[in-house]
Design a protein around this ligand. Structure first.
Ligand code: PEP
Ligand code: MG
Length: 591
């Protein structure tokens, strides 16, 4: 039995066999000497693989052209890979190794690319150093063609398992067959990376930052995954396994208990903090309903774009948005669904659409991307507006950083409305339009923005990373990623006060809202709604049922009067202490 401690990334407990997921980058490279006289066959294998790689790249380039990749950066990038592939110095060198040293094709490719990579790694110019990544990418394509490995690793997952991986991209995560994913144990990652969000929205536990779990677990080993406390036990002894089974049972009871009774988020003595669910394509709607969500506070539309060759059509989007609007309407009489327009970029890269940027979190992402790809923006707005005739939809812009963006977006929206009017197409003329507050400039200037929109939704995942300059997905700076840092609290305070002054609604939809200590703090600071992955609703609801508005006011003071010189950890500890003072049985409640 081994116990490894990591970061509690998605709440919950699960036990199951390990499935070691080796991502696209991990193609094994065998090395051997081919039989004398078989060099010709080996050369043929290499040539076939090069041909397949060329076809692969041609297909990709054609798809990018079709999508009228505006700056053409994607097309240029893969054209440069094509040129590298056709460079006789590269493939020619690999062929020589096969002929002269009777090396197998995989090893010949690895050696040749290694030596090219080394030349670029030595260069000081960042542009040339970046070429190393191009070699990595091209090498992976050729090796995948040679070995058949790496392109579809998810297909090997055939039974319900705990996914043990180095780290996963959002695309890799959503490609996994949902019915076989019991949870995630990852070497790297952080509590706010997209795989973490995905685990929560799938309702499965996850532990990240485990260091070398992929080396310590063998396929099929029994894994006890505790996403609430951030630990993983490999091959437990009988006593540990039984204790764990009890935890699983207790967790089930709490969920069942919290989903009956007063509506989620009702406060003791009256009032409420509405508890909504975060949602995206692939989340089981039944899960959302079962956990007591009263609407959808964040619909991440970008998941309709992941893992596909062509962008979703207007019709496809319309169907998806309409379905969500109808579903929300059935949850609660006042329910709505806040559809956030395409938020790609950062760590959510869409194959063939996202440009390669050296600093994607500060690049052409989200609303910036949409304003520079008006055709994509218009199509999405048409689909959302059309769906608004079938249920209460709110439109939400991500990553707004200055008023110009909001004005530009409004112009496009007006144009689309006029188009629909001219066609006589029905839509909700009063559809509320809001914005995410997730860039510090938006929070600092919230008073101005509040006059321009119908609601705010604070995206703490990004807000914290931008305020603290700490990458939300980088384990090495996880200690600086502090939702309760006084600087973050000040921005939340500015945003809430600006919303109240203008009489608009304000919610929090970042992951921090799912943490009972922090989520309740946002509620205490005055937000009207928390939107979290549905599985987190029962615990928040249970706590809110036991707190009155006066309790919340007192709680907000604890955090906000801790002082500007308090550390994020100190503020968090003060909040924790207050909570435990109120709820000595907190551990049982939040389990
Ligand atoms: C956020 O930034 O808090 C947010 C909800 O958006 P996302 O995590 O999708 O970037
Ligand atoms: Mg965000």
């Amino acid at each position: 039995m081994q116990t490894i401690a990591g970061l509690a990334t998605a709440r919950g407990f699960v036990a199951g066999p390990a499935f070691i997921y080796r991502g696209d980058g991990d193609v094994p490279v065998p090395e051997y000497v081919v039989e004398s006289g078989r060099e010709g066959d080996e050369l043929l294998r290499l040539r076939r693989a090069v041909l397949e790689t060329r076809r692969d790249l041609e297909g990709l380039i054609a798809a990018l052209r079709e999508r009228s990749d505006r700056g053409g950066s994607g097309v240029r990038l893969f054209e440069s890979h094509m040129m590298m592939l056709e460079d006789p110095a590269l493939i020619g060198a690999a062929e020589r190794l096969i002929r002269d040293e009777r090396l197998n094709a995989e090893a010949a490719v690895r050696r040749t690319v290694d030596s090219a990579r080394a030349q670029f790694e030595r260069m000081n110019d960042p542009y040339f150093r970046e070429r190393v990544r191009d070699f990595d990418d091209l090498e992976r394509r050729i090796l995948s063609a040679l070995t058949g490995f790496g392109s579809e690793p998810h297909l090997e997952l055939k039974t319900p398992s705990v996914i043990v991986a180095d780290d996963l991209t959002p695309s890799e995560t959503v490609r996994l067959p949902r019915e076989y994913v019991l949870g995630f144990a990852m070497n790297g990652g952080s509590t706010t990376s997209h795989v973490a969000l995905l685990a929560r929205s799938m309702g499965v536990p996850a532990v990240s930052g485990l260091g070398d779990v992929t080396e310590r677990v063998k396929a099929g080993d029994t894994v006890l995954l505790d996403g609430t406390n951030g630990t993983v036990v490999i091959n437990p002894d009988v006593a540990t396994a039984l204790e764990f089974r009890d935890l699983v049972e207790r967790q089930k009871e709490i969920t069942e208990e919290a989903s009956i009774g007063a509506p989620a988020g009702t406060l003791k003595g009256g009032g409420e903090i509405r508890l909504y669910a975060n949602f995206h394509a692939g989340v089981p709607m039944d899960d959302v309903r079962a956990h007591g969500a009263r609407g959808i506070g964040l619909y991440r539309s970008e998941y309709l774009w992941l893992n596909r060759e062509l962008q979703p059509t207007e019709e496809e989007q319309f169907k998806a948005y309409r379905e969500a609007a109808e579903f929300a309407a059935a949850l609660d009489k006042d329910a709505s669904v806040s559809i956030r327009v395409l938020d790609i970029g950062g760590d959510k890269m869409v194959r063939g659409v996202s440009a390669r940027e050296s600093n994607p979190f500060l690049g052409n992402r989200s609303i910036r991307f949409l304003l520079s790809h008006r055709d994509v923006f218009r199509t999405q707005l048409r689909a959302i507006l059309r769906a608004s005739a079938f249920g209460r939809i709110k439109l939400m812009y991500p990553m707004i950083s200055c008023v110009e963006e909001l004005r530009e977006a409004s112009k496009v929206l007006d144009c689309v409305r006029s188009e629909l009017d001219a066609e006589g197409t029905e839509y909700d003329r009063k559809m509320p339009v809001g914005m995410m507050v997730e860039v510090p400039s938006a929070a600092i200037n919230a008073a101005a923005f509040a006059k321009l929109v119908d609601f705010f939704s604070i995206g703490t995942n990004d807000l914290v990373q931008y305020v603290m300059a700490a990458d939300r997905g980088n384990d090495a700076v996880a200690h600086l990623y502090q939702p309760t840092n006084p600087a973050v609290l000040k921005l939340v305070r500015l945003t809430v006060d600006a919303a109240k002054a203008c009489g608009i609604q304000v919610s929090v939809c970042g992951v921090s809202a799912a943490d009972p200590i922090v989520g309740i703090l946002w509620a205490a600071m005055g937000v009207d709604m928390l939107s979290v992955s549905a599985t987190y609703i029962p615990v928040l609801s249970k706590l809110l049922h036991r707190l009155s508005r006066a309790d919340l006011d007192e709680y907000a003071k604890v955090a906000e009067t801790a002082g500007d010189d308090a550390t994020g950890e100190e503020v968090f500890s003060a909040c924790r202490k207050w909570m435990y003072g109120r709820f000595p049985d907190l551990d049982n409640i939040v389990l």
